[in-house]
Structure formats: structure tokens, C-alpha cells
Design a protein around this ligand. Structure first.
Ligand SMILES: [Zn+2]
Length: 467
């Protein structure tokens, strides 16, 4: 069985990354007001079908507890074994003709055989022909009491408005890299393997927000056992560019252990270290041209390493020395560094307003010490001062605007704003801002965009000052 099927969420509690709709659905279950027609839209691998199946179970389970299916009663077990005839899954890609739709309408009139309700899950509903859509319209508008419809699609814009308006619509979001990494860690734990955390990070990034893709990628590697970053790169055929990026991220984080491990792995795999060093210098040049002056001394060190690599006595020593020169490793400095963060997504373009060759910590000190001067706000430095990974990830996706000692954070949506504005997060953000710009800065929060399914009485552009 594929990992994705094996680890499909069996309860709403284990449904990751879709908190916004989970609460609404579970509330409907609690109040016995489950809608008769749902439309689930969103990218592939974000949990639409899993949620549809969960919903079908909780509708029919004979021992629902806290709005969750019990997964152990007869009905739940049959549904889990995909043998419950009253839960009917239809793939519109292969059954999208008007005849199929008419047949469905006829059959839907009959009462369920085993369960309380019949649940029709129609996947890829956008593939239904127009006449098939029309044939379904009436029954979706007024389904018999014993019937529920759950329509799912990756292409919401292809669903006719007439259908959309008759359904309760939920938009599924892509998951963050952090969440996917967390999920991968859980699965690896259960599978009894312990890959490097950097390698899981790389897998998570490759999955681009899809839990399903992440687990399919993991499946390709699981046979190796405790796999490494290089295993991931080789198995997935990732280019040298990615190795370079990993290496750069490690240096930027001040994480010399990871950087040295990477060199060792490259060496053990028989990679050409000279070529790697050349590529890395190219990456550093790109950063320098973008104004990331912290890399200036690094270029010297790796230039020197490149020279040594022509005829090294110990193959990887020149690179190792360069790493040690780039990252001063006295314990005090390591301990007191802010939580590091890989601020560069790509090696080439980078969003930064740094104009001085100083690190985040140095900048914080210099700015706060020189009271009376205009504070400089560097988004990347701000990110690096945020301790919690999840908050950092939320802020990374938000728009940051700093002027006159006020930082305006524009979250992408209400859901993310609600997460950001928890009390702990706010004090952490305030603390980070204070460290960065000094004085008594203020924070304000704003929502950029409100999707209809998420709107909960907050008007677009609503600003709540929090400090
Ligand atoms: Zn049950």
C-alpha cells in the first residue's frame, strides 16, 4: 500500500493544514447540520478526497464522538475497507457523461442499504460534461434527505456557477514546508527510519505544498533507510544548484556541522569538489550583487579554497577550512546567535535592503546603540530574529512594510492573520522588532485578501492595531 494511502488522515484531528474548514465541518456535525452538498476545491494532494471520506464516515458512523468518526463500528470499518456500498466514489474523468449523471440521479432515489445516508463523492467534478452538470443540477439543489454530495476538484473555475452556488464551498490550501516536514517526520518515525532533518526539509520543499507528493517522494527513498541530503538529491535527480543552496543556507545559519557534513557527503559520493567550489563561488557572487555583503569575506575564503583544490593534499580540507573561516565557532557566539533561518529561497535573487556588511545581530546592536538615528528595517534580519519556525514561516509569506517606527504586517488571509495574532506570537514579533530597530516600535496587522469561505465578518482591509 502506498504511504499516502497508509497515512491518510483517519480523523479530523489528524487532518493537517486545513484548520479553517475542519472547525466549520465539525461544528456542523455537532449541530447535526451537515450540508447536503459540498464543493471541495484546491490543489492536488491537499486532502480533499481524504476529507470527503472522513465526512462520509462521520455522517454514517453509529458511534460518533466529539464530531469524529469512531473508525471501529461496522459501518466505519466497511467504509475504511472501501466496501460500504452507500458511499459511492465517482471519478468524473471517466464517468462524466450525461448518461452517467442520469443513472446517478435514478439510483440516488433509492434508500441506502447499510448506512443511514448515501454519500456521493464525485472527484474531478470539473470533468463532467455540461449536459451531465445540468442533469445533476436539480438533485444537488434539492437532494433527497438520505443523500449527501461531496464534489471535489482541482479546477474550481471550471465548475458551473449554478453548481457552485448550490454547494457549501471549501477551498483547500497548500501546506507550508514546515507542516509537510512535520508530517514526513511523523511518518518516518512510524516507519522506523531516521533520515537527516535537512533531507526531510529538502523533500518537503520539493513537494510544493502537497502532502501526497511529499509521501510519494519519501516512498522513493524509504528503501535506503536513514537517508541523507545527498541521497535525496541523487534519487530525485536534483541539480548541483540545490546542493549549493543547502550549503549556502548552512553557512548563513552559522551551522558549520551541516556544512561540513555536506562536504563529507559530496566527497564520499565521489563528487567533484573543485566544480562544487566553483558553483558555490558563483552563488556567492550572485548574493554579493544583490547587496548581501556578509558574503564578501566568504568569497575570499572560497577563492583560496578553489586554488588549493587544484592539487589538494587532503581532498576536502580546503573546503573545510573555508567553512571554519566563514563561521567563527567559539561557543559563546554560537550560543548567543539568534535562531538561524535560511533566508534565501534561491541563490540568485534575494529580497534585502541591507546596505552594510553586517549580520543581523551586529545590525541590531549598532542600530539600537545609536539612538536618535533613523532605524533600518531589513526583512531578512527580522525573520532571523523570530524564534518559532511556524511563526517565521507565516511572516515569511506576509507583506512587511516598515516606516516611522511602525511595522505593518499584511497577512495573506484571515486564517494566517488569526495565527499571527495569538498573544505569544505578538509578543515575540514585538520583541524581534525591538531588537532590530531599537526604540519603541509598533506593530499593526492587516489582511490582504479574504476568500469567501474564510470571511467571518471581517471586512477587507481591516486593520487592528495591536501595540
Ligand atoms: Zn463508526
Amino acid at each position: 500500500m502506498s504511504l499516502y494511502r497508509k497515512y491518510r488522515p483517519q480523523t479530523f484531528a489528524s487532518l493537517l493544514g486545513q484548520d479553517h474548514l475542519r472547525e466549520v465541518i465539525q461544528n456542523a456535525v455537532r449541530q447535526d447540520k451537515v450540508s447536503h452538498a459540498y464543493l471541495f476545491t484546491g490543489p492536488r494532494g491537499t486532502g480533499k478526497t481524504s476529507t470527503a471520506r472522513l465526512l462520509a464516515r462521520v455522517i454514517n458512523c453509529t458511534q460518533v464522538k466529539q464530531a469524529e468518526p469512531c473508525n471501529s463500528c461496522e459501518i466505519c470499518r466497511e467504509a475504511l475497507g472501501e466496501s460500504l456500498t452507500d458511499v459511492i466514489e465517482i471519478d468524473a474523468a471517466s464517468h462524466g457523461l450525461v448518461e452517467d449523471a442520469r443513472d446517478l440521479v435514478e439510483r440516488a432515489k433509492f434508500l441506502p442499504i447499510r448506512a443511514r445516508k448515501k454519500v456521493y463523492i464525485i472527484d474531478e467534478v470539473h470533468m463532467l460534461s455540461k449536459s451531465a452538470f445540468n442533469a445533476l443540477l436539480k438533485i444537488i439543489e434539492e437532494p433527497p434527505y438520505h443523500v449527501h454530495f461531496i464534489l471535489a476538484t482541482t479546477e474550481a473555475h471550471k465548475v458551473l456557477d449554478t453548481i457552485r452556488s448550490r454547494c457549501q464551498h471549501f477551498d483547500f490550501h497548500l501546506a507550508s514546508d514546515d507542516l509537510i516536514q512535520m508530517n514526513l517526520e511523523t511518518v518516518c518515525e512510524r516507519e522506523g527510519i531516521h533520515p537527516q532533518s535537512d533531507s526531510l526539509r529538502l523533500l518537503a520543499e520539493q513537494a510544493r505544498g502537497s502532502f501526497r507528493d511529499a509521501l510519494s517522494l519519501l516512498e522513493q527513498l524509504i528503501g535506503i533507510g536513514d537517508f541523507t541530503v545527498v541521497d535525496v538529491q541523487q534519487t530525485l535527480g536534483l541539480s548541483q544548484e540545490l546542493v549549493v543552496r543547502q550549503f549556502f543556507d548552512a553557512l548563513l545559519r552559522g551551522d558549520h556541522a551541516s556544512a561540513l557534513t555536506l562536504i563529507q557527503e559530496l566527497h564520499d559520493q565521489g563528487s567533484d569538489l573543485y566544480q562544487f567550489c566553483q558553483a558555490f563561488l558563483g552563488c556567492l557572487r550572485g548574493q554579493l550583487l544583490q547587496g548581501v555583503f556578509v558574503v564578501l569575506p566568504w568569497i575570499d575564503h572560497f577563492y583560496h579554497a578553489l586554488d588549493q583544490l587544484r592539487d589538494p593534499i587532503i581532498a576536502r580540507l580546503p573546503l573545510e577550512l573555508a567553512v571554519m573561516k566563514c563561521i567563527p565557532s567559539t561557543p559563546a557566539q554560537v550560543t548567543h546567535s539568534p535562531t538561524p533561518v535560511a533566508v534565501m529561497k534561491e541563490c540568485a535573487p534575494v529580497r534585502t535592503v541591507a546596505h552594510e556588511p553586517v549580520s543581523a545581530v551586529e545590525k541590531t546592536k549598532s542600530v539600537s546603540q545609536q539612538s536618535g538615528e533613523v532605524a533600518v528595517f531589513n526583512p531578512d534580519s527580522f525573520l532571523s530574529l523570530i524564534q518559532h519556525v511556524s511563526l517565521r514561516s507565516l511572516i515569511k509569506h506576509a507583506d512587511l512594510n516598515f516606516s516611522e517606527q511602525e511595522l505593518k504586517i499584511t497577512a495573506r488571509n484571515q486564517f494566517e492573520m488569526d495565527k499571527i495574532r495569538s498573544k505569544d506570537n505578538l509578543s515575540q514579533l514585538h520583541e524581534a522588532l525591538k531588537r532590530l530597530v531599537g526604540g519603541e516600535p509598533t506593530l499593526s496587522l492587516e489582511v490582504a485578501d479574504l476568500a469567501p469561505a474564510q470571511a467571518k465578518g471581517v471586512s477587507s482591509g481591516d486593520i487592528s492595531s495591536v501595540f
